[in-house]
Each structure stands twice: as C-alpha cells, then as structure tokens.
Design a protein around this ligand. Structure first.
Ligand SMILES: Cc1cc2nc3c(=O)[nH]c(=O)nc-3n(C[C@H](O)[C@H](O)[C@H](O)COP(=O)(O)O)c2cc1C
Length: 399
C-alpha cells in the first residue's frame, strides 16, 4: 500500500489526532493530515478542521498559487511564532455556570455580526477559486461574519459589498501619490464601506522565500492569466510612477484621511503598545494587532504575544482586533480573554475557498464557530463580553 493510500484505521487515527488537544505542533500535524488525504475528502462537510482544509487546498491549487497563500517571509519564523505563541496562554475554565444559551454576536464600530471572527483582507482570491471574493462575501453573509476587502482584490468592491449584503470595510494600501489614495477612499465609501482599514506594516519590500520556492516548482505557463491588468480597485487610476507602498507615511496620515472621508479609520499592523497609544492619540477608530500573517518584517514574535501590551496601552478606548495564526476556536477564545474585540482570519477561509469555493469558506466558518462555542460553554462563558482576563493564564515566554 502506498503512503498516499492510508487504511481506514489510519484515517480514523488521524481524525482522532485532529481533535486531540494533546497535539500542538502545527507543522507535524499538517503533515499527518496531508498524508491522510490519500483517501479523498470530496465534500466540505467531511473536513473536520482547518488543518485538513489547508491540506486539501495545497493539493488542489497550483503550487505557485498555494505558495502565495502559504508563504511567510525569510525563514517563516514569524509565521510559525503566530501558531506557537498560543501555547504561552492557557484557558482557565469556570464550572457550574448555566451555559444552555450562548451568544457569540458582536458589534464593531456600529456593524453587527453573529460571530467575533472576521474575514481579513486577502488579495487575489481569484487565484484560489472562480468564486473569488464573491464566494467569501456570500459565505460571510450566510454565516454572519464581518468582512474586510483587500485593495488587491480580484473583484470590484461594489460587487463584493452587494454580495455581503451588509457594510464591509475596505482595506487600503495608501499609495505614495495622495490623489490615488483619495480616489480609492471615495470609491470605497460610495460602494457603502463604513470603515477603511489602513495597512501600515509594509512600508517597502519583503522577502517571501516559500513563495519563491513553490513558484519555481510550478511548471505551468502563467502568462495567459497574468495579463498585467491592474486589480479592479486600481482600474481607472493613473498609477504611472506610483506605488502601493508609501515609505514616507507617518501618523499624520490618519488626520489626512479623516479630512477626505467620513468612513471610520482602522489601523492594521500594530505590534507594540507605543504604536497602539499613538494610533489612539492620532484619531484611529480601531486597530488591528497584526504582523500580516507573518508576511511583513520577520520579527519572530507571534501576534497573540503582542496583544497584552497593546490592549493595556489602548485600555478600552477603541476596539482592538487581532489576526495571525488563528486556527482553532480556543485560539479565538484566548485572544478575546486577553482583550481583543474580534479576531481576524486570513489563510483559513482561503483554504476553504481553494478547496471547495464558497462552500469551503462556509465550512471553515462553521468549524471555527463550533469550536469557539465549545470553548465558551466549556469555560462557563455565555457572551463574548463575558470572556475576560480571568479566563486566561499567561505562563510567560513560550519554551
Ligand atoms: C495570501 C494573502 C494575501 C494577503 N493580502 C493582504 C492584503 O491585500 N492586505 C492586507 O492588509 N493584508 C493582507 N494579508 C494579511 C491578512 O489580512 C492577515 O493579516 C493575515 O492573513 C492573518 O494571518 P492568518 O493568515 O494566519 O490568519 C494577506 C494574507 C495572505 C495570506
């Protein structure tokens, strides 16, 4: 029997592993799950966790496209730290609380959602499935999730906002030409976006080696798809000589944006308390603790490890969102306990998109919501607001 045709027994064992709280090593686990896929999973409902969905997406997507999705930077140390960081924090459950009814709904800057799990901006979703951002938006609508759309989306913001059927936020890479920035802000606002999420962690360049390696192994001819057409958000803009990176950007940008838009301003890419305080002082309406999913500077520090100092600096004045490495409902629970108002996911829903289109995104959201509900009930919490610092223990630096 080949390595890719595991016995039913082995598959059952791997399913047991998938559910096992004993297993914390992400890479070892992902490898095990990948091996299990010799016996094909053909329905989204058969997939039992995000790791299996990742393995399916890896199988289905061209290597170059999966490489773009999976990559971190340099040696992928920050990417791994995003997972490993969770082991530093442990859940402290309370008993004999009536948890027969739990409420997972939130309200973020006036936008209600049924779950605290937010779809983060991920560019180029057409590379994962023909459903692209419309599939993600429809899944978000079906499952009651808030969504942030990338500047680099494959689908126009107007169509995505319509598919979501409720206010979305628009992620912005502020260009180094202010008139282009203003045009994008005006377009997003006209499409009904209620907030702009300015990403500040990529002032110039990054070294995505995993992507480069996987692209090298891809033997397809890519020119037919990669025609050099601008992304929909950039269509009609005169971007000649301009760049989406603006290395000269400073905190003044928040005030400048507020002069030209009435959307609320969210700053994405905060990692330290000092910057969190600067964001509040500069007029930000919310922040996102994020290292871009380990795709910006190789800090080696997991996103969850940044949250305590950021939450302390903000001290409840504005909502604090976080993303990076969230793959389990318990991860979400820990972040909420450490002071996050909501939790973003990037790759997980795109694994679902790559594996099954919209239905795969829905499955990922179902899985994470179910796991979160189990964590809430098991810990004696009945609402998102009830999940506070008493429910988490920080054992210090991870070993
Ligand atoms: C393939 C890919 C594309 C991304 N594109 C963007 C983007 O266009 N704008 C942005 O602000 N963040 C982008 N991100 C970062 C995500 O918004 C988010 O911060 C990150 O994916 C969270 O980590 P996770 O993937 O471990 O959940 C991207 C991430 C990935 C994986």
């Amino acid at each position: 029997m080949s390595q890719h045709q595991p016995t039913t027994q082995r598959r059952q064992f791997l399913k047991y592993l998938a559910a096992s709280p004993l297993l914390t090593s992400y890479s070892a686990f992902a490898q095990e799950v990948e091996e299990a896929l010799g016996e094909r999973l053909t329905e989204p409902g058969e997939v039992i966790n995000v790791f299996e969905m990742e393995a399916l997406a890896r199988e289905k997507l061209p290597p170059a496209h999966f490489g773009y999705l999976a990559t971190g930077v340099d040696s992928d140390e920050t990417l791994r730290a995003n997972r490993e960081g969770f082991s530093r924090f442990q859940i402290k459950p309370r008993r004999l609380v009536d948890v027969s009814e739990i409420d997972t709904s939130i309200n973020l800057l006036g936008t209600g959602a049924g779950s605290p799990i937010v779809l983060c901006p991920v560019g180029s979703q057409g590379a994962y499935h023909a459903d692209a951002e419309l599939g993600s938006a429809r899944a978000a609508a079906a499952k009651g999730h808030h969504m942030i759309l990338s500047t680099q989306a494959s689908t126009p913001v107007e169509a995505v906002a319509e598919a979501r059927g409720a206010p979305i936020w628009h992620q912005l890479y502020a260009t180094n030409r202010w008139e282009n920035t203003v045009q994008m802000l005006q377009r997003a606002e006209a499409a009904g976006c209620t907030a702009v999420c300015l990403t500040v962690d990529l002032p110039g360049g990054r070294n995505t080696e995993t992507q480069a390696r996987m692209t090298r192994s891809d033997t397809r001819t890519c020119t037919a798809c990669h025609t050099g057409q601008p992304k929909p958000m950039l269509e009609g803009l005169d971007m000649r000589g301009a760049s989406l990176n603006n290395p000269a950007m400073t905190w003044k940008v928040i005030g400048r944006m507020k002069e030209v838009t009435s959307m609320q301003v969210v700053i994405k890419g905060i990692e330290v308390g000092f910057d969190a305080a600067m964001a509040v002082q500069s007029g930000a309406d919310a922040i996102v603790v994020s290292n871009h999913g380990g795709r910006a500077v190789e800090t080696g520090r997991g996103s969850i490890e940044c949250l305590p100092e950021v939450a302390a600096a903000v001290n409840g004045r504005i909502p604090v969102l976080i993303d990076g490495g969230f793959r389990r409902g318990t991860d979400v629970f820990k972040a909420l306990a450490l002071g996050a108002s909501a939790v973003g996911i990037g790759r997980p829903y795109c694994f679902g998109l790559g594996a099954f289109g919209q239905a795969g995104v829905e499955r990922v959201l179902d899985l994470l919501n179910r796991e979160l509900a189990i964590a809430m009930r098991g810990s004696g919490t009945t609402s998102i607001a009830a999940i506070g610092p008493d429910y988490v223990h920080d054992r210090g630096r991870r070993v």
